[in-house]
Design a protein around this ligand. Structure first.
Ligand code: ATP
Length: 677
C-alpha cells in the first residue's frame, strides 16, 4: 500500500484526460503482474493503474476491470465467446500471413497460443501502422465476437478476432523475444489469452477487487488533498467486498462507485431481484461429533439436505401502475401479478428450464409478499407416492426451452433460506429470523412448494435419528447451520464454517465427494474401443490458476454414459495440454487425448493418498518432500455436474484439507492404487 502514496505513479505515461484508455497501458500492467508472484506486488500494480484510469478517464473504469477479470459481462447475462483453439489459430494465421500448419507446429513447440501470436505477429511486416487499440474498443470487439450466432457464425467470429489482432501492436520495437519476460507487454498475447478464457497472470478476481478498492480510496483522498490511512484502505476493501458479494455485477457497482464514492456504496448497491448472488456453501464433515465440536455452546439447526438442483428464485410484484421498479431488467418472466426468474448455483438463468415452477409460483406466494429472493433446491417429485425422487430422475429433464405440457418429471421446490423480502435485503438477520419470515411469507402446497424439513435439537441422539430420517426420505444427509447471532447471517459466495454438511455416504470416508475437471482421456480397450475408456481428472488451484491432476478414472460408467461422454468430449479435443495444466510429464503417464477444461464430474473415492504421479495440492505443503501430490484411491464416477464451471471444481486447498482430515494420515497405506482401469 505504500506504493499508493500520491507521488508513486503507474509507469505508463499519462494519456490525455478524457481520452479512451490505451489497451497498451493495460497490457503493460499485465506484463508487470506476470513477472511477479507476490500478491501484494500484483495488487499494487493493478491499483496504480486503476487509479490512473480513475484520474484520467473514469468512464473506462468498468471496461478496464472487466478485461482484468476476463469477463465480458456478469455471469447471469449468459454472454459467451463460443470459440475454441482452432478458430483462434486460424485467425492468427490469417492476420499474420502464416499457414495454419506452421501455427499448429508453433503451438506444439511453444504450448501457449498467446506466445504463438506474439511470435507470428513479430515476424509480420505491416504496410501501414494500425490505429492503436483502446480498452473500450477491445471490449466492444470481444462483445461483437460473442454476439455472432447462426449460419456461418464461425467464419464471422474468426473475422472479429482478425480485426482485433490486426490492430494489436505485438511489440513497439518489433522484436519481441518470447523466451524473455514471458513475451512482454504484447497486446496480441493478452487478446489471445482473453479469447482462451485464461489470462494466466496469477491475478485472481479477489485481488482485482481489493486493488479496485485501494485505487478508489487513494483517488478520493487525493481529490481532497489527503493521504489515506491504512484503516481507510481496509475500510474500503471491506465495503467493496461486501457489496460485490451481495450484488456481483461490476456493471452496477462501478458506475455507482464513481458517482457516489466508496463510502456511500452500500446505500446505492444493495442486493436486488435480478442480480443473482453467489450462493453460500457448506463445509464437509465426517462425523456428527465433529459438528458438535464446531457448534459447541452455540445454537444450531439441522435441515434435510435435498438432492436436486440449487435454485435461486427472484420475484417482484407489479405495483398499481404495473411497474416492477425494484427489479433488474432480466427478471423477465411474467408470473401472475409479477415477474420472476430462476438462477442456478453459478448464476445461469434457469427460467426456461423450469416454466412449471414459475407457473405455480403465484399459488404459494402469500398476497402481502411483494418481492423476494429465495434460496431453494428443486427436487424431482413422485406424484403418486408423494415423495422425493433421486437426483438421477431430475437429470432426465430437458435443460432448455421446456414446455410445461411436455414435463414428465415433476419438481417440488424445497425452500431453505430467504435473502430478500419486500424491498429489503435480509442477509444480515439471523437464520432464526430469516426462517420465521420465510414461513410467514409463503404457503406450502404438496408437491409444489415446501419448507426444508428442520429440527433444532442439539443432542447427538436427536441428530442421528434426524439423519436416518433424512436418508429414508431420499435425501443426501443433513445440513447443519448456525441458528442465532451474527455468525448465522447469510454469507454469499462463501464456503462457510457456519454451514456444515453431513452426507450419509461419507460418514466413514473423507466427508464428501469431489467435483473434478476432465483434462484428458485414454482410448478404451476390449468392448470400449470406440469410446474413451478412462479419463484424467484434476482439481483447480485458484491461487495459481492451474488445474492439478488428481486421478485416472475408469469406474462407474455404463456403456451408454461412456458413449455420451465421448460425444461431448470429442468436440473439445486439443493438440496438447494447456500451459495451465499441472501434470506429470513422463511418457507413460500421458493420456491419449487432451481436452479444453470444460466438464466437471462428481467423483467418489475410498480415500486420498500421496502419489508422485499427480500434482493436486503439491503447493499446499502436504508432502514434506515436495515431490508428491494427492490422489484419489478407487475413484468412481457419479455424475456430470452441469451446474459447475471448470473453475468451480473442488479446489486444491479443499483436497489438501480433506487429505489432512483423513484419520489415517501418517499411517502407512501401502502403495497408491490410482490406475483404476
Ligand atoms: P454438493 O452439492 O456436491 O454437496 P456443492 O459444492 O454443490 O456440493 P455444498 O455447499 O457442498 O455445495 O452443499 C450444499 C448444496 O446442497 C447446496 O448448493 C444446495 O444445492 C444443496 N442443499 C440441499 N438441501 C439444502 C439445505 N437444506 N440447505 C442448504 N443447501 C441445501
Amino acid at each position: 500500500q505504500a506504493t499508493l502514496k500520491s507521488d508513486v505513479k503507474h509507469p505508463y505515461p499519462d494519456w490525455k484526460a478524457g481520452d479512451p484508455v490505451p489497451y497498451a497501458a493495460l497490457c503493460q500492467t499485465f506484463s508487470l503482474v506476470e513477472l511477479t508472484t507476490k500478491r501484494l506486488e500484483i495488487m499494487a500494480h493493478c491499483a496504480l493503474f486503476l487509479r490512473q484510469v480513475l484520474r484520467l478517464t473514469p468512464d473506462d473504469l468498468l471496461p478496464t476491470v472487466l478485461l482484468m477479470v476476463n469477463k465480458l459481462a456478469p455471469d447471469y447475462a449468459g454472454i459467451e465467446l463460443g470459440i475454441g483453439e482452432s478458430l483462434i489459430m486460424k485467425a492468427i494465421g490469417d492476420t499474420t500471413g502464416r499457414s495454419l500448419a506452421i501455427i499448429k507446429q508453433d503451438q506444439k513447440e511453444i504450448g501457449d497460443l498467446g506466445l504463438v501470436a506474439v511470435k507470428s505477429r513479430s515476424t509480420q511486416r505491416t504496410m501501414f501502422k494500425p490505429k492503436p487499440l483502446t480498452i473500450r474498443g477491445v471490449l466492444k470487439g470481444l462483445l461483437d465476437i460473442a454476439s455472432v450466432t447462426g449460419n456461418g457464425a464461425q467464419g464471422r467470429k474468426v473475422d472479429g478476432i482478425k480485426k482485433l489482432l490486426a490492430a494489436a501492436d505485438a511489440d513497439s520495437t518489433g522484436k519481441v523475444d518470447i523466451t524473455k519476460d514471458k513475451g512482454g507487454p504484447s497486446e496480441a498475447k493478452y487478446i489471445v489469452r482473453f479469447l482462451e478464457g485464461k489470462l494466466r497472470l496469477g491475478l485472481a478476481e479477489k485481488s482485482v477487487i481489493v486493488s479496485l478498492a485501494q485505487a478508489v480510496v487513494a483517488h478520493e483522498a487525493a481529490k481532497k488533498g489527503k493521504i489515506p490511512s491504512t484503516a481507510d484502505f481496509a475500510n474500503g476493501e471491506v465495503i467493496l467486498k461486501q457489496v460485490y458479494s451481495e450484488l456481483p455485477s461490476y456493471d452496477v457497482i462501478i458506475p455507482a462507485m464513481v458517482e457516489h464514492g466508496i463510502q456511500n456504496l452500500r446505500e446505492h448497491c444493495k442486493l436486488r431481484p435480478g442480480v443473482p448472488l453467489k450462493p453460500m456453501l457448506a463445509n464437509p464433515t465426517k462425523a456428527i461429533t465433529e459438528v458438535l465440536d464446531r457448534f459447541e455452546n452455540k445454537n444450531f439447526t439441522c435441515e434435510y439436505k435435498y438432492d436436486g438442483e440449487r435454485a435461486q428464485i427472484h420475484y417482484v410484484a407489479k405495483d398499481a401502475d404495473g411497474d416492477v421498479s425494484q427489479a433488474a431488467s432480466n427478471v423477465s418472466q411474467e408470473v401472475g401479478r409479477g415477474v420472476a426468474s430462476i438462477f442456478s448455483r453459478n448464476s445461469e438463468d434457469l427460467s426456461k428450464k423450469y416454466p412449471d415452477i414459475l407457473a405455480k409460483l403465484p399459488t404459494w406466494v402469500k398476497d402481502d409478499t411483494k418481492s423476494f429472493v429465495l434460496d431453494c433446491e428443486s427436487v424431482a417429485w413422485d406424484v403418486t407416492e408423494k415423495k422425493v425422487l433421486p437426483f438421477q430422475q431430475l437429470m432426465t429433464r430437458k435443460k432448455k426451452d421446456v414446455k410445461i405440457e411436455d414435463v414428465k418429471v415433476k419438481v417440488c421446490v424445497f425452500a431453505f433460506d430467504l435473502l430478500y423480502l419486500n424491498g429489503e435485503a435480509i442477509v444480515g438477520k439471523s437464520l432464526r429470523e430469516r426462517r420465521e419470515l420465510l414461513h410467514k411469507s409463503f404457503k406450502p402446497i404438496e408437491g409444489e412448494f415446501a419448507f426444508a424439513t428442520s429440527m433444532n435439537g442439539q443432542e447427538l441422539d436427536e441428530i442421528q435419528t434426524f439423519l436416518d430420517e433424512s436418508v429414508k426420505a431420499s435425501c443426501e444427509g443433513l445440513m447443519v447451520k448456525m441458528l442465532d447471532g451474527e455468525e448465522s447471517g447469510y454469507e454469499p459466495s462463501k464456503r462457510s464454517r457456519n454451514w456444515l454438511k453431513i452426507k450419509k455416504d461419507y460418514l466413514q470416508g473423507i466427508g464428501d465427494s469431489l467435483d473434478l475437471v476432465v483434462l484428458g482421456a485414454y482410448y478404451g480397450k476390449g468392448k470400449r474401443t470406440s469410446v474413451y475408456g478412462a479419463f484424467l481428472l484434476a482439481c483447480y488451484n485458484s491461487n495459481t490458476d492451474t488445474y492439478e491432476t488428481v486421478c485416472n478414472i475408469g469406474t462407474g460408467f455404463s456403456e451408454a454414459v461412456l458413449e455420451e461422454l465421448h460425444g461431448q468430449l470429442s468436440q473439445i479435443v486439443i493438440d496438447r495440454p494447456k500451459p495451465f495444466y499441472a501434470h506429470s510429464s513422463g511418457g507413460q503417464h500421458q493420456p491419449d487425448v487432451w481436452f479444453e477444461p470444460k466438464y466437471v464430474w462428481e467423483v467418489k473415492t475410498a480415500d486420498l493418498t500421496l502419489s508422485p504421479r499427480y500434482k493436486a495440492g503439491m503447493k499446499e505443503g502436504v508432502d514434506p518432500s515436495g515431490e508428491k501430490g494427492i490422489s484419489l484411491r478407487f475413484p468412481r464416477f457419479i455424475k456430470v455436474r452441469d451446474d459447475k464451471k471448470a473453475d468451480e471444481a473442488t479446489s486444491s486447498r479443499q483436497v489438501a484439507e480433506m487429505y489432512r482430515k483423513q484419520e489415517s494420515v501418517g499411517k502407512s497405506k501401502g502403495p497408491a492404487v490410482d490406475d483404476d482401469f
